[in-house]
Design a protein around this ligand. Sequence first.
Ligand code: AMP
Length: 213
Amino acid sequence: MNVVILLGAPGSGKGTIASRLAGNGIAHVSSGDLLRGAVAAKTPAGIEAKTFMDAGQLVPDTLIARMIDDYIAANTDVTTMLLDGFPRTLPQADMLDATLAARGAALTAVLLLEVPDALVIQRLSGRRLCSKCGEGYHIQNLPPKQEGICDKCGGTLITRADDNPATIQNRLAVYAQQTTPLIARYAERGLLRRVDATGEIDGIVVAAAQAIA
Ligand code: AMP
């Protein structure tokens, strides 16, 4: 299995881009989605994670690292895994290296989606998600055909609990403090690919696909 990490601030478009690149043996694995699934299912990990997530803080490294390791172990048919939202700290990057070595998988690229803070705040505050299928929308940038309703499945659109102004500020601060050190780490290893993620989605998807090809 080859692994590509998507790095970037909350709202930089990691999930949107990864879901557009997925298919044909390429899997989109979102640590946030894995955690939200565990919270909804009220598993022990989900119950532990919820307080951190509601505050815009990171969940403990070992908790999320174990979920990613379980995913890799259970999905041996995947040829390329797009890792969206993991790793987010230097210890998590070490844990990922250990997991990949143990499972015979290789990290082939790290895609850095570059977006200024002001744009990230605009994107996150207008973001909506389908409560049924998880499809993402934005009230200005990517509106559904009918307000509040998913184009794909007819489900109701909701705002994520952590997409409120106070939590957004926390998440950006956490990204700056805990996640940006990963940029230098992967640049040193020659794996970093920078992509300007400010334009419209189709162009960014093309640039992202070229960067990791
Ligand atoms: P996301 O959907 O990627 O924005 O993640 C939502 C929330 O889940 C984050 O604010 C964190 O609380 C938690 N989370 C997701 N990925 C990680 C991770 N790699 N490490 C720690 N916490 C995470």
